[in-house]
Design a protein around this ligand. Sequence first.
Ligand code: GLU
Length: 458
Amino acid sequence: MELVMNSEEMKAAQDYVNNVYETVKKRNPNEDEFLQAVKEIFQSLVPVFAKSPKYMEHNILERIVEPERLITFRIPWVDDQGKVQVNRGFRVQFSSAIGPYKGGLRFHPTVNASIIKFLGFEQIFKNALTGQAIGGGKGGSDFNPRGKSEGEVMRFTQSFMTELCKYIGPDTDVPAGDIGVGAREIGYMFGQYKRLTGRFDAGVLTGKGVGYGGSLVRTEATGYGTVYFVEEMLRDQGLTFSGSTVVISGSGNVSIYAIDKAQEYGAKVLACSDSDGYIYDENGICLDTVKRLKEVERARISDYVKEHPHAQYFEGSTGIWTIPCDIALPCATQNEINEQSAKTLVANGVKAVGEGANMPSTLEAIDVFLENRVLFAPGKAANAGGVAVSALEMAQNSSRVSWSFEKVDRKLKHIMKDIYRNSINAAEEYGYPGNLVVGSNVAGFLRVADAMIMQGVV
Ligand code: GLU
């Protein structure tokens, strides 16, 4: 995204950003995803440095982009054949400026330092946007849960926690789920943490089962929150989900509850996907089928057409963006919308894009949306509902209470509205009206940067 250069202050700010970015590139060679996330955030902060040079004087950028700590570790475990397997584990403790490190764990074969650092870096700003006292962290492993038995998943997950438990705690670092880590894995991790420490530290993990300290609405929170955020953005322009056509990629936790809420709001959801391909159902997706296939049977989305023969299945997940729709919600994974897919969406008349996943649009795709005046809700604002309810789970755990579904849902809705308002106001104030990429990055950054300045050289 190119920002307009119109003053000496803007030139000085741009030079500062460019210089720090060059250092980051040298320090983190070959970490493409991390550099992509850094580039997007840095570029949107230029107007902040132009307006308030104090952030340059304190060299906040060079500090904030360096993780406070990056832990990598060996995870040995024994498979069902009795063979020893080894995976690599990560936890990046990126920023504790406004609260304990907070962020999910991802189990997926693509996980490496670059992926974990991009997720951890984004998490700092996302968490700050929620208005709650949570710092930024992320972790995971290159373990591939696909095709693994229950026993293998449990043994692996326990081994993962055997090492991770040394670095986490309710006031230190509080992991949760992400791709490949849901209620099952959180349960195994909580059990192992409890055995290793001898403590029932309810607040050490979020996304727990509701029967042992989990919060109602945590499961639904990311998908619901994305739809709440996008509805707010649409409403500002006199639009709504009701009566519109929607394409939602993925069929995991985020996607399922985004479909649920979009349907409740009166939209027709035409398609969803998994990493092998996508289904198109002109009557609107049957969510009960998707939920059973994915949450219970852990099957492939292609099985959907066996039960709904009028629907169609297509190999390859990115083809989903060729389906004409009013609203697109990428809820699968990073970089799932490239420049070409973005152009196709625009040519087919898309009015709004809301990111339920983390960084699903490439930098070029974002440019296409902004240049064509598509309403664009970036992930760190639109998908913040998940971590926001995690923070509500921590609050309930600390005070040993459980709130009703309605109460948590009401709080979630308020938080999403506040994130939208704060982001749109920041965009306006810093000279990019309507640009939520700038707005959300700036609003999140200011909260963290101000805390860092108050805490001295940390
Ligand atoms: N993995 C989710 C995210 O990307 C949730 C993290 C959490 O609840 O801590 O924000």
